[in-house]
Design a protein around this ligand. Structure first.
Ligand SMILES: C[S@@+](CC[C@H](N)C(=O)[O-])C[C@H]1O[C@@H](n2cnc3c(N)ncnc32)[C@H](O)[C@@H]1O
Length: 333
């Protein structure tokens, strides 16, 4: 690996999930296998970790990572107490059913570390980074099969209004309309195939002050292409939809006292998690003017992080990727 992988908020994840010998966990986002390895060490030979990723490269990389650990090795780079699954966490229940044939349907903890991994960001053959000139492919996985690369398809085929909506909603980009217009102007001449072309287009669409000063977002500065890239990545992978679909399945799969931890990297993801936790921690969802509950909703979880958990200053210094991370944790009751 040409990059250094440091799992984000690992210490906090382990503190909250508190894996113990013999317990069973699901890591819905294997990535660089940082969480999986540490959880596997703690649950030991009698426990289990089921680790999912929709990027085949993450699965292959994990086998190499395992070789360097002291975990008990099985065959083909697998570790005995870890099951690696290539799949999308939006199909969590189905994955569990297929894997365990109904023999196991409750777990002690489930973790989601959303977004993309350092390996994906630094992969020169993919288009996640605006700092590398690469083909416009922001798909996490190989799911799209032989369909034309999804990001390239969006950029070259979506109507201007649809592009504006994506940039505005998923990127919270204030120059969404201008960027979308430039994209359409540019592609009328020639198709957009690389991240380099896209950065050039964004640069020509936004005001000078925005690109020269690297605009401020809260306390920190971000590159002028950050929000457009984020928006296209979210649209390509249908990220928000997957989280919405996966969270209720995850809570169903927890045993009493089991915990769910979600690490998110932007406000759109975090809002989904926050709302979901809030809803599932309530005993009734009826409007306040209805005297007797009619919805039949039952409290499913207790929120353990009333105040959101953020990475320490120390961690952010060592690993700048952690700076936008936010963790929420809940316990099944
Ligand atoms: C931030 S990384 C996880 C890093 C990991 N926690 C570690 O310790 O190395 C996120 C990973 O989730 C994967 N991913 C994103 N969306 C997914 C989905 N819907 N289903 C399965 N994996 C997904 C990405 O491919 C990526 O490898």
């Amino acid at each position: 690996m040409g990059y250094k992988h440091i799992p984000v908020m690992l210490k906090e994840v382990l503190e909250y999930l508190d894996p113990k010998s013999g317990q069973e966990f699901i890591d819905c986002t294997l990535g660089g296998a940082g969480y999986t390895v540490e959880i596997a060490k703690r649950v030991g030979a009698t426990g289990k970790v089921l680790a999912i990723d929709l990027d085949k490269l993450a699965i292959e990389n994990a086998k190499k990572v395992f070789k360097k650990t002291r975990l008990r090795q099985g065959y083909g780079g697998q570790v005995k107490n870890v099951i690696l699954i290539y799949g999308n966490f939006k199909n969590l229940q189905k994955i569990i059913k297929e894997e365990f044939k109904g023999e196991r349907d409750k777990f002690d903890g489930i973790v989601f570390d959303l977004g993309l991994s350092s390996a994906q960001l630094e992969d020169k053959s993919r288009g996640f980074s605006f700092q590398l000139d690469a083909p416009l492919d922001m798909a996490f996985g190989q799911e799209t099969g032989n369909r034309k690369q999804e990001t390239e398809f969006i950029i070259n085929n979506y109507k201007q209004e649809e592009l504006t909506k994506i940039l505005r909603e998923y990127g919270e980009e204030k120059f969404a309309r201008r960027i979308a217009r430039k994209i359409v102007d540019y592609r009328n001449d020639k198709s957009i195939k690389t991240t380099g072309q896209l950065v050039y287009i964004i640069e020509s669409a936004v005001p000078a002050i925005y690109k020269n000063n690297l605009r401020h977002s809260g306390a920190r500065k971000i590159h002028f292409a950050t929000r457009t890239f984020q928006a296209l990545r979210i649209a390509t992978n249908k990220e928000l939809e997957s989280i919405e679909i996966a969270l209720p399945q995850a809570v169903d799969l927890l045993r009493k006292g089991g915990r769910i931890a979600v690490i998110s990297y932007h406000s759109l993801e975090d809002r989904i998690v926050k709302r979901f936790f809030k809803k599932e921690s309530k005993s009734c969802l009826c409007p306040p003017d209805i005297p007797i509950c009619q919805c039949g909703h039952k409290t499913q979880i207790k929120i353990l992080t009333k105040k959101i958990v953020l990475p320490s200053e120390e961690e952010i210094k060592i690993n700048p990727r952690a700076r936008s991370a936010k963790m929420r944790v809940a316990e099944k009751i």
